[in-house]
Structures are given as structure tokens and as C-alpha cells.
Write a protein that binds this ligand. Structure first.
Ligand code: SF4
Length: 471
């Protein structure tokens, strides 16, 4: 739009007018958490959050690179959202997160209306960049001026910038990022290239963040890291033969008001006896661990660059079951990895049968550009991958249904999260083993409470029960 059009009215995109920001997040819980931090930073600077993109002055997509499909989705959405500029030429568009990190300035060529590319170590700079773009447009009085900023350099201490939560209605359960990055270099994974080296936040800062969450009524925290149990191994010493992660668990456990502690996701490397032992003396640790196995075949694990044997994985799980009887272990499994034979796949199935996971996220291997596995020989056809996927899912479901059915007639401690998503007349909560329970109750009185619920029935995946009313 030409300069002359503006003489009679205020510039449509001005920092004085509380611009509205729309944020959309793809991918994992860490991305969710990063987006929340960015949203809070915008609010602190006087922006408001827009519930929909067509109502926004700034559109930001926080991207995921784990699968090609996730990148294509974000690119497609950004492409479609370009049409909003016809009516509102002042709109600012930006990509953040993993795809921004891995593709960098190339994104500016791919998406002609894009203004900002901010990598995974730059979340705390996004507001500055958006303000700079707005200021330049305002100064030029040309709202369709393209101001391109690409910021994807490494930045030390960036792990310490994900610490604020939105001023919002807090849930009962919140995520806390304790580290960034991963050094493990699994051959199927893009994370080490998009999130950089492992960097842990200091324990006192994490504890402080958890305390602030308790002040807002939060009862459960989930500690997040790409390889959460290896937290702090490069920065902090072992004390009394305990890893920094176990020291952190102990410190969070001390906080009055926190009823439950979860963490995700651990790696078998570094899942040592001190962590297993922690389940015997830290009761706030829930009776559930999400523990990615990826494959039950040693040959495939080697190709995946997962440096443990299947037997070792099983041994850790058995020790966990001994340390915390009744613990539920869920996992991630990739089927159809390059070179996976029928025998390899059967090895995986055998471990699933042996360990009886409470749940398993089964992924069909998909070639991820710029990862070593994408170049490996022996890529399997989609048909074989799909067959194994369906076959394993059937087994996983069968186990889950069996376990849930066995819970009918038992009494469970449930942390009530509030009205059920699918039926607001009822309440929803989670058992200590992370199973969802639906029951009748009073949202105002029961949300955020630990309650006893008698399990009366199950549909296979969801449990239903009756609230136990204290005498
Ligand atoms: S442990 Fe492996 S799968 Fe997990 S983030 Fe690191 S490289 Fe990726």
C-alpha cells in the first residue's frame, strides 16, 4: 500500500495499538511449552493474543521437524494464511522452532510473505524481532514493506529462557522444561540438528518455577527434556552418587503443594539404579513412566544408533516394576526402520508381549531429510510398514484393554483435571498410572483434588467410575 494512503489515518500496525498475535504450535510438548513462553513475552510487552489467525496482526507458527509431514503441514498452513494479507497488508508472518532452525533463510525463498525465521534457541528474541519489523514498517509508512529477519545462531544460556508461564487459567497439571537439546544422535531423529547440544537449567531455577506454579494451584508437574534423565550431566556434578536428574527430582519432591511428578522422555542410557531407587522413596513420582524403546531388535537398535541392547531395556523395566509394583510403562516404537526384517519385527513384538506396555505410540518409519537413516539402504515399502504398524497396534490395544478391564472393581487415586473434554457434565482425571477416568462430581469443588474413585466399567481405553464420598 502506498505511502500517500496513510496521511489521513493512523498506521494500521503500530506498537501503540496493542497488536494481536496468533500462535500455532506443531509437534511435541516441548514446543507447546516454548510457545507458552513466547506468548507470555508478547503479553508482557503489551500485545494481546488472538484466538484466530484471521483476527491477528502477527501470525507465528512454532514448527516441528520430526516428520516430513509436520513440516509440510506448517508450510501449507503458512502458505494459505498468506491470503489474509490481501485485506490486511500489514500482517507480520513468522516461523519459529525446529523447521525454522533446520531450513533457515531458505524459508524466505519458499514463502514470499514470510518476515521472520527464529530458531530453537531464539524464542526469547521473537518479540524483539517482531517489534523491529513493526517499527520499520511504521517508519516507512509502507505496511507491505518486507522486513526479513533470520535468527538461528546458537545462543548459550538459551535453555534458561523457557521459564515463564502465561497469566492464564492454570491447569491442574503443567509442563516445566528442564533442558534443551540432545547429544544422542539417533539416526532417525532430526532433534540434535534442530535443538542443538544438551543444556540443563540450574536446579534452583526449576524449583522456583515449580513453586510459582503451585501458587497458581498447579498440583502436578511434568519435567520435560529430550533425554530428560540425562539432565545436567555436562553441567552439574553427581552428589552422593546421585545424578543431577535424581537430585532435581528430590528437590521438586520437597515442594509443598505438588502432589504428583512426571517426567518425559527418558533414554535407556543413563537410566541407572539411582533413578530406579528414586521410585522407592519419592512417592510423588507417579506410577507411570513413558520410556521409548524404539525397537526390540538389537540389530535395528544398532542401526538406529540407540546404544543399548534390547535385554538391557527389558532389565531396566523389570527393575522399575520391582521398585514400584503396579507401575505402568508406556513406550514409543518405530516399525519399518530401514533394513528391518520380519525377524527383527518379531523381536519387537516379543518384547511388547513380555513387558505388557500400558500403551505404545507406534510410528511407521518415515524418511526424515538430513538424517542418516534417510540415506540407509533397505528402505521398506509403505505397505510393509503399514502392515507392521496395524499388527503392532492391534497387540498394543489388546494389552491396554486387558489391563483396563482388570482395573474394574478397584479403587484408584485420581487427580481431577476438571470437566471431561467430551462431556462437560462429567469430570475427568488421571490415575497414578496415567489412565483417564470419567466420573460424576462437581467441577468447582473437585478440580485439582486427589480423589478416590471406584472403577465400575471401561470401554477399553477409558475408565468410568464413582467418586468415593468420605464418611
Ligand atoms: S534420544 Fe534420539 S530420538 Fe531422542 S531426541 Fe535424542 S536423538 Fe532424538
Amino acid at each position: 500500500m502506498a505511502k500517500a494512503d496513510y496521511f489521513a489515518r493512523p498506521f494500521p500496525l503500530s506498537l501503540r495499538l496493542m497488536p494481536k498475535v496468533f500462535l500455532k504450535t506443531y509437534g511435541c510438548q516441548m514446543n507447546e511449552r516454548d510457545s507458552e513462553q513466547v506468548a507470555q513475552m508478547f503479553v508482557e510487552r503489551g500485545f494481546t493474543l488472538a484466538p484466530a489467525a484471521d483476527d491477528a496482526d502477527v501470525i507465528l507458527l512454532n514448527t516441528c521437524s520430526v516428520r516430513d509431514q509436520a513440516e509440510q503441514k506448517a508450510l501449507g498452513t503458512m502458505g494459505q494464511m498468506g491470503r489474509f494479507r490481501q485485506k490486511r497488508p500489514h500482517l507480520v508472518y513468522g516461523f519459529m522452532g525446529c523447521m525454522a532452525q533446520s531450513r533457515g533463510a531458505d524459508l524466505l525463498k519458499e514463502v514470499p510473505h514470510l518476515d521472520l525465521v527464529a530458531g530453537t534457541q531464539k524464542y526469547h528474541r521473537v518479540v524483539d524481532h517482531v517489534e523491529e519489523i513493526i517499527r520499520k514498517k511504521e517508519e516507512s509508512q509502507m505496511d507491505d514493506l518486507r522486513v526479513s529477519i533470520v535468527d538461528i545462531e546458537e545462543e548459550t544460556e538459551s535453555q534458561n529462557t523457557i521459564r515463564d508461564h502465561l497469566d492464564k487459567d492454570y491447569g491442574v497439571s503443567e509442563f516445566v522444561s528442564i533442558m534443551q537439546g540432545c547429544n544422542m544422535k539417533c539416526t532417525f531423529c532430526i532433534v540434535p540438528y534442530t535443538r542443538g547440544e544438551e543444556r540443563g537449567r540450574p536446579i534452583p531455577e526449576i524449583v522456583e518455577e515449580c513453586r510459582r506454579l503451585v501458587d497458581h494451584g498447579v498440583k502436578e508437574v511434568t519435567l520435560l527434556g529430550q533425554i530428560v534423565n540425562l539432565y545436567g550431566r555436562h553441567e552439574f556434578p553427581r552428589v552422593d552418587d546421585k545424578s543431577p536428574f535424581v537430585q532435581l527430582l528430590e528437590a521438586v519432591h520437597e515442594i509443598d503443594g505438588i502432589d504428583r511428578i512426571r517426567f518425559t522422555s527418558p533414554h535407556p542410557i543413563g537410566y541407572k539404579d539411582d533413578l530406579i531407587e528414586a521410585f522407592t522413596y519419592l512417592p510423588k513420582l507417579v506410577d507411570h513412566v513413558h520410556f521409548p524403546m524404539q525397537s526390540g531388535s538389537d540389530r535395528i537398535l544398532r542401526l538406529m544408533h540407540r546404544p543399548y541392547k534390547s535385554e538391557k531395556f527389558v532389565e531396566i523395566c523389570e527393575k522399575m516394576k520391582a521398585a514400584r509394583p503396579g507401575i505402568a510403562i508406556s513406550t514409543d516404537i518405530i516399525v519399518g526402520f530401514p533394513g528391518e526384517t520380519e525377524e527383527d519385527y518379531q523381536e519387537t513384538k516379543k518384547v511388547v508381549e513380555r513387558l505388557q506396555f500400558s500403551n505404545a505410540f507406534v510410528f511407521r518409519y518415515s524418511q526424515r531429510k538430513d538424517t542418516p537413516a534417510a540415506e540407509m539402504e533397505g528402505q521398506l515399502t509403505e505397505r510393509v510398514k503399514e502392515e507392521r504398524n496395524q499388527d503392532l497396534l492391534a497387540l498394543v490395544n489388546e494389552i491396554a484393554v486387558k489391563q483396563n478391564t482388570a482395573m474394574v472393581g478397584t479403587r484408584q487415586e485420581v487427580l481431577c483435571e476438571g470437566p471431561s473434554r467430551y462431556n462437560v457434565e462429567r469430570l475427568s482425571g488421571r490415575t497414578r498410572t496415567n489412565r483417564i477416568v470419567i466420573f460424576e462430581g462437581n467441577a468447582e469443588r473437585h478440580a485439582g483434588q486427589l480423589l478416590d474413585v471406584d472403577i465400575t466399567e471401561t470401554t477399553g481405553h477409558t475408565l468410568y467410575g464413582d467418586l468415593v464420598i468420605a464418611e
